[in-house]
Design a protein around this ligand. Structure first.
Ligand SMILES: NC(=O)c1ccc[n+]([C@@H]2O[C@H](COP(=O)([O-])OP(=O)(O)OC[C@H]3O[C@@H](n4cnc5c(N)ncnc54)[C@H](O)[C@@H]3O)[C@@H](O)[C@H]2O)c1
Length: 421
């Protein structure tokens, strides 16, 4: 396959022309979402959908009528001719273990890439892809879309302002960040695993560390810089998920984190507990998962079933991260900031509490991530200026997750240094 004439050369072209995008693995859970977002984006054209699953051709006709359908990336690339070159860009939505093989084939053809998180199932595979993309002049972003979430945007603004003025007694910030505490605790029902058995296979990149905690690691590092050491205690799992055969994944963990900045963190991760404390429920950003709200005390009333929230009330968001600084504490996504205001810092002073305004762009984080990918492909925004997650940053996330898995597998409660080389 010759190199894509419309790929790495795209900066030289008319920057306002819509970018042709293919979706690889379009028929899966996340592939369908990306397909819908590309179809509704005025700056993109959906030029191909690829998926080898039985029934994918019929699904393509239903979800993307008129868009060319292929069973594999090889089939799509072989169909390209001088008049119909390969797509300028692609979004890779295959299971974790196939990200790199698929992305390498596309990179070799000069196709710019947005690879779903995690970038790869192993650090070694991630390194191969990052190096190949650089060599081929292909732009590589990773689908850590939460960076575009309004609460994450607002929290990062607070942390950036805090880092600039860590000693400000009154101000927008928390001072120097000392510690962070996080939760991703939810219950994934059996059909979630039955629909895609790779989700509970260690060898295929499944499990809550590689599927869910990857998001957390990206956000934690986006907020506080690199994590350099982890330790982990594995949770006793649900029968058939956590325990048993060698390929079985963890279903949860208690984690301790050390950041290069000197900050420390802890995190409880589980996909086997019923809880509202997970990012999607806290923010309401995933249309497939309902938002959780904590009832206000005054809105509770007695009923036959016990104490319930009065009808018509909507409660408060639940928190998933608490970020502790020398001058204040911020919880996210309820965006509550506790400080001593203009009083001296002391536990004897009543704390001043403020609600930090979140950025009110009504567009979904997936749409904003797609806009950014398009701008990067067109050369309108330098990839390293963010906010998208670059290949190198995505590799750093995989390195942390790999260290977590290594620590989890150590029955003595392992402690592992993160190695990003
Ligand atoms: N950003 C997010 O919030 C988010 C949410 C869910 C999943 N994901 C990520 O998206 C990816 C897919 O997850 P999912 O839950 O949608 O998986 P899924 O199993 O539902 O879908 C994967 C699809 O890829 C297809 N596929 C497999 N190998 C292929 C290949 N070589 N070429 C073309 N198609 C292929 C499968 O047939 C399937 O339709 C994973 O990496 C996952 O971590 C991201």
């Amino acid at each position: 396959m010759s190199s894509n004439p419309s790929g790495p050369l795209s900066e030289a072209r008319d920057v306002k022309r819509p970018v042709g995008i293919a979706i690889i693995g379009f028929g899966g859970l996340i592939g369908r979402r990306h397909t819908a977002h590309v179809l509704s984006n005025a700056s993109a054209i959906l030029v191909a959908v690829v998926d080898g699953a039985p029934g994918a051709s019929e699904l393509a006709a239903q979800l993307a009528p008129g868009v060319p359908y292929y069973r594999s990336v090889s089939e799509m690339l072989s169909a390209s001719t001088a008049n119909t070159p390969p797509p300028e860009a692609a979004i890779v939505c295959t299971p974790n273990a196939y990200h790199v093989s698929v992305a390498l084939e596309l990179a070799d053809a000069g196709v710019h890439l947005l690879v779903e998180k995690p970038l790869a199932d192993t650090k070694a595979a991630a390194r191969t892809l990052v190096d190949r993309a650089r060599e081929k002049g292909v732009k590589l972003l990773v689908g850590h879309h939460r960076r575009f979430n309004p609460y994450v945007v607002a929290a990062r603004k607070v942390l950036t302002a805090s880092a600039e003025k860590p000693d400000a007694v009154v101000g927008p910030g928390v001072g120097s960040v000392v510690a962070i505490s996080g939760l991703w605790t939810a219950y994934k029902p059996d059909p979630y695993f039955a629909a895609a058995p790779w989700r509970r296979s260690r060898r295929q990149g499944g499990g809550p560390v590689m599927i869910n905690f990857v998001h957390e690691v990206d956000i934690l590092q986006y907020f506080l810089g690199p994590i350099v050491r982890v330790s982990a205690e594995k949770m006793t799992g649900r029968v058939g998920v956590g325990g048993g055969h060698a390929d079985a994944v963890e279903d949860g963990a208690a984690l301790t984190l050390r950041f290069a900045s000197g900050a420390v963190g802890n995190f409880i991760l589980s996909d086997g507990v019923v809880s509202p404390h997970f990012f999607e429920a806290g923010t309401g950003e995933n249309p497939m998962l309902p938002r959780a709200r904590r009832p206000r005390h005054d809105d509770l009333e007695e009923s036959n079933e016990g104490t319930v929230e009065r009808e018509g009330q909507h409660g408060e968001p639940v928190d998933v991260y608490r970020i502790f600084g020398t001058h204040g504490t911020l919880s996210v996504p309820d965006m509550t900031l506790w400080t001593c205001g203009d009083k001296p810092r002391s536990w004897e002073n009543a704390l001043e509490v403020r609600r930090v305004k979140s950025d009110n762009d009504p567009r979904a984080p997936f749409d904003r991530q797609l806009d950014h990918f398009i701008a990067v492909v067109r050369g309108e925004v330098p990839i390293e200026d963010g906010p998208g997650c670059t290949g190198e940053e995505g590799l750093g996330v995989v390195a942390v997750c790999e260290a977590v898995i290594e620590a989890l597998d150590d029955t003595e409660g392992g402690r592992v240094i993160v190695d990003t080389t």
